[in-house]
Design a protein around this ligand. Sequence first.
Ligand code: NAD
Length: 494
Amino acid sequence: MEPTPLYIDGAFVAPVSGASFEAIDPATEEVFAHVGAGAAADIDAAVRAARRAFDTGGWPATPATERARILRQIAEGIRARADEIALIEVRDNGKPLPEAKWDVGDAAFCFDYYADMAEAFEAKGDTAVDVGDARFDASIRREPLGVVGAITPWNYPLLMAVWKVAPALAAGCSIVLKPSELCSLSCVELARIIDATDLPKGVFNLVTGTGPDAGAPLSEHPMVDKVAFTGSVPTGSKVMTAAARDIRTVSLELGGKSPFIVFADSDIEKAVEWIMFGIFWNQGQVCSATSRVLVERAAYAPLLDRLAEEARKITVGRGTDEGILLGPIVSKGQYDKVMAAIARGTKDGARLVTGGARPQHLNHGYFVEPTVFADVPAGAWIWKEEIFGPVVCVAPFDTEGDAIREANDSRYGLAAAVMSDDLDRCERVAGAMRAGIVWVNCSQPTFAQLPWGGYKASGIGRELGEAGYLAFTETKQITRFDKDETWGWYIKGA
Ligand code: NAD
């Protein structure tokens, strides 16, 4: 099998070292592709290409209508190959095919959305500011930020990359993308799609490779103006440390341990549906996953019964098989971590209500049953730390104040959800949550039009929405003094 190439300066190339690594289908544990293993020399070539494209290639000064036209070409290219890319994503990541199709559709939409935004910002022009002195005419301008290094995770391999690539290109930046070594293939397809558009060479570059060999040199490269990172807290910290050395901008989208507060006046069926959507979608490998559920004591037992009953009905299997709702965990390493977390939960005194093992009918693949823990002690490791698997922790609460305190008692602050028939109470709780995303009477629906990101250790900055576009711009003030006026502080008449 020929390894997939890197994409540097408008050309598909092999890594300088000629090295590659294996892509493993998590449903079968079989190697199905080889991926080019880029390293420091490839990153350097890609960053230099992006630097040239930005500094002298004309992309930042390209009219927004032209940038938007090319972004729409990319959206169209994704749509034209949507089924094929979704199948690649399933093979690489394991997720059920309908979920992969959803991701690919979202990726195409994201390019269209930021194409519109580029045009809207250019049409709006500079923002005039009244500085309170009629001799001055001041305005604020947004300019493309520069060369972006994007480092992305494996849970939504294409979509997490697109959340960075689309707004960065829309804003006039050039970019070097380094996807996760666990799932690189859909990003290689993105490079092929981009190659077929009119995007000037060097504006988009792809270097596949491992974190230490390719991610680290990208985050440390002195010619990179901004590193946009999505991944774990420890790696995010390394990226930020590297950025501090040269005073580089970073955005960090990190982990979470997101609470869902269910009041007893809620419709239990709806609560169970949203909890399941929150923790079993994508095998629970979602940064904002509904991993801690707090249920008002009066509804606790009936909700747990229904949740366990429905969790047991979930069809687990290969993502391409008809009717599958839960695929395998992405890799052996992640599978082992999830299993270790489950063992730890039981040891720490949580009650295993259902799941916790490999499904009996599946001998191969990194499959884990949908797992529900109840009566989870607040100090337990599984209550505090991100498991990144189909494992939900449930605990009771007595008062609204207790629920808010317990929900906020986390080093993370990515998302939170609240469910109640009493909408005033929902608004109160939503306002009290220390989280960047709060869902009311639902959990997880995500829209490109809304800002995405976390408080506390869940990250810095926002992706998506207008914030996600502005994150790839610099802000410039231009202050003009009336040439016919006199300043006259030192020299009268000057
Ligand atoms: P990870 O930190 O292991 O890897 C993320 C990326 O960083 C990969 O591309 C990896 O190769 C690279 N990397 C690893 N070491 C590096 C280094 N020293 N320098 C530079 N880059 C390096 O995370 P993961 O396991 O791929 O993803 C799971 C994590 O991502 C979870 O914690 C999850 O919550 C988080 N996540 C967050 C969001 C969000 O929007 N907040 C979205 C998806 C995933």
